[in-house]
Design a binder for this molecule. Sequence first.
Ligand SMILES: [Mn+2]
Length: 429
Amino acid sequence: MPNHDILDLQPAHIRELRNRYERAMADHGYDSLLIASGAAPYRYRDDQAYVFQGFGPFLHWTGLAGQEHSWLLVRPGQKPVLWLYQPVDFWHANPVMAEEPWLEVVDVRSRQQAGAPELDSPGRLAIIGDPLVLEGVPGDHNPAALVAAVEETRVHKTPYEIECLAHANRIALAGHRAAREAFLAGDSEFGISLAYQQATGQREVEAPYHSIIGLNEHAGTLHYQYYDLQPPRRPRSLLIDAGVRYRGYCSDITRTTAGPDEPRFTALVHGLEKLQLRLCEMVSPGVDYVDIHRKAHLGIAALLSASGLVFGLADEAMVEQGITRAFFPHGIGHFLGIQVHDVAGKPTPSPEDAPFLRLTRTLEAGMVVTIEPGLYFIPSLLEPLLNGPEAQYLNRALIDELKSCGGIRIEDNVVVTAAGARNLTRECE
Ligand SMILES: [Mn+2]
């Protein structure tokens, strides 16, 4: 879908938000709601600020991820008012606002001051945002029940949001292709990160999260955060988990590539990819997301058996004894939207067998989730098994051989539709 078609969906998105917000405010007895974009705090005893990414509800309305000190007022029956902070400042430039259809359904005003605007007769007023910018502002600050209701308005994406997420996938995939080529050409983690930024046209600080780019053993650190300047002597594997923000909306995609002379690791990557595609096919309205997580464990067990990494145990027993959890320690995925781990995924706590699962809801049309199984060789998780009674089932020699490939994760972004699912990542591969 070209960009202008996405933009045409903006007015309907704002109309839908007005309905959802007005209902939430009525339910909790508020006449006005002021939303703060926020501001990056300065580092202690320094004149440099932290990297800024705006408050979720502000982005939900505006898509403006980099707009500090700005405010949006929602009142039932009235056009929302957006105050944009545009000081006269010879040190910095003010962000340039693109002419877009949503600006016709919002009352946009420019402002020189950073603090909250004064409101006439707001009635019962709630203000939500980073407490650091709310100090001294009159009104109820972040009332918990209203904040929860506002977060719930983000669970079912509007058609505009889904197209933004689809576009964020398209851009990110160009980066993933460039990253893979750079790896196969022998580049370092740093070089691969430059290739990704070049292909996506996105600076590192604008990315929805710090791109994870790990070669060899580094692929086995779930949130590996450094970039080696030199490539390893023998590049065996690349794991890249990287996204893009488009008008506030995030993609969150992971791909793993085996080095050229790695038949066993290549087979494992293929096996995990097949499992990942099967799990994506489970996405459908009425499905409990926790069941997808549990199916992933059974699939990992089957893969561990088929590859010879574990032997002599039935799949179910492998899961029950915690062996699959040592190879796949994280959750199967999460909600995705304005935040990479989007809000409201856990009205109930994670089950005991899935402590890191970030989403425990039954799927409904309009939700957007990630599906990201992994299989890793993480020494601190495997050592206790290799030194315990489970050692009899483990192929230590094969684990040793594959250890320096680090691990595998494959992650797509999937929309739940009335008919089943739409895979935003695969549709543009
Ligand atoms: Mn993810």
